[in-house]
Design a protein around this ligand. Structure first.
Ligand code: PLP
Length: 428
């Protein structure tokens, strides 16, 4: 008989988690805040805020330079976050983690350093129709500078990547496959390991760059298991401060890449004539980095680690399923844009109310203290594909409750009342 270890996923203690997030007590327009804009940025736990204050209160010094105790402590704590993050995303070594300002800068680093050195006229850069501008515009610029072509893998009616198209469109001329792990509009999860497998088979010289801005906060991540070459994240979407992101890259690729920014801290030796580069990761961290926020980000990683990313994922599947079932049942005038299958999607839910502009929906909800996002969510081409001028987007995280979904539903009932005549007309 074989024994199978079944690891039960612990449910999150959401009321206890909520007590760690002071902002959730805020009153907005006379109502307790219902924060459903987590895809834009997450709220922050007291533990992260305390780490930030503690740094400036008692640990502030520049790092990697002076020999005094304060500088050594700051350096140690900054480097500790690198180690925590490497472990958190399954990176083989902390040296392969480069701190940046955000996902956008991380992608720009790869596009500029690797892309401009390795992409040539006639090469193809393959993306998807679901890219955030952050993982699209930098590659458009590489194509413009090098003469490479751009190809976009289509998504199907459920918002899932079409793997048949990936088989057909990734080929020997492909040099870059840049792909978002979880769509910031549809919430759908791309099968990265499968895309990597196709890329290795069809385009052995190509790199696979993963935009993990939406996945790292919500899914267990193991970059080694995904098999990709680069993975980009933003701390502010995963309980951390703004102004910090990271790029994980394969050591051999990073070591062969020229610097992105240059100046202090990223050099080996400098003469009046020339300069040698520092080894990774310093080569890509020019100037004084965002020390305080990197250290505070360490506290956010600790927080997520303590919850367990399996439990985080489990909670989001539950609340997303509840939200989709509730909204579909109570609001027939809503259009959704992605599959309901929580096996392949996260807690980002885009929708529209028939004939009502998303800004009007958002404004009415805001009157009830409910924060959602309305617009194109930095994904203009995707909205063209969806045939939507804009969408409303509700997005969930660890502190959201089913009763907040109910509050959203009540808010939408008000929208339906206010715009009853417009909604009664056929779809414009
Ligand atoms: N990629 C995705 C999928 C995102 O959702 C976002 C932010 O919303 C980004 C990239 C850009 O992140 P940042 O603005 O932190 O650079």
């Amino acid at each position: 008989m074989t024994t199978t270890a079944v690891r039960a996923t612990r449910a999150l203690d959401v009321p206890a988690i909520r007590r760690d997030f002071p902002i959730l007590e805020t009153i907005i327009n006379g109502h307790r805040l219902v924060y459903l804009d987590n895809a834009a940025t997450s709220q922050k736990p007291r533990q992260m805020i305390d780490a930030l204050v503690a740094y400036y209160t008692s640990q502030n010094a520049n790092i990697h330079r002076a020999a005094h105790t304060l500088a050594a402590t700051a350096t140690e704590r900054y480097e500790a976050t690198r180690q925590k993050l490497a472990r958190f995303i399954g990176a083989p070594s902390p040296e392969e983690i480069i701190f940046t300002r955000n996902t956008t800068e991380a992608v720009n680093l790869v596009a500029s350093s690797w892309g401009l050195a390795n992409v040539h006229a006639g090469d193809a850069i393959v993306m998807t129709q679901a890219e955030h501008h952050s993982n699209l515009v930098p590659w458009q610029r590489v194509a413009e500078a090098t003469g490479a072509t751009l190809t976009y893998l289509p998504i199907d009616d459920g918002g899932m990547l079409d793997l048949n198209a990936a088989h057909a469109l990734i080929g020997p001329r492909t040099r870059v496959v840049a792909i978002t792990h979880m769509s910031n509009v549809l919430g759908t999860i791309a099968p990265i390991a499968e895309i990597v497998r196709i890329t290795r088979e069809k385009a052995p010289g190509a790199i696979v760059v993963v935009d993990g801005a939406q996945s790292a906060p919500h899914l267990p991540i193991d970059v080694a298991a995904l098999g990709c070459d680069f993975f980009a994240i933003s701390a502010h979407k995963m309980l951390g401060p703004t102004g910090v992101g990271a790029l994980w890259g394969r050591r051999d690729l990073l070591e062969a890449m020229p610097p992105f920014l240059s100046g202090g801290s990223m050099v080996g030796h400098v003469t009046f004539e020339s300069t040698t580069w520092a080894p990774i990761p310093q080569r890509f961290e020019a100037g004084t980095p965002n020390i305080a926020d990197v250290i505070a980000f360490g506290a956010s990683i600790d927080y997520l680690d303590a919850l367990g990313m399996d439990a985080v994922r489990h909670h989001e599947r539950e609340i997303t399923a509840y939200a989709l079932a509730t909204l579909r049942a109570r609001h027939p005038a809503l259009t959704f844009y992605a599959t309901d299958d929580t096996n392949v999607r996260g807690g980002v839910v885009a929708f529209n109310v028939r004939n009502v502009h998303p800004h009007d929906v958002s404004e009415l909800l805001d009157g009830r203290g409910i924060a959602i996002r309305a617009g194109q969510h930095c994904a203009h081409p995707l909205h063209t594909v969806l045939g939507a001028v804009a969408t409303c987007r509700a997005s969930f995280y660890i502190y959201n409750l089913n009763e907040e979904v109910d509050a959203l539903s009540e808010g939408l009932a008000e929208v339906e009342k206010v715009f009853a005549r417009a909604i009664a007309r056929p779809q414009a």
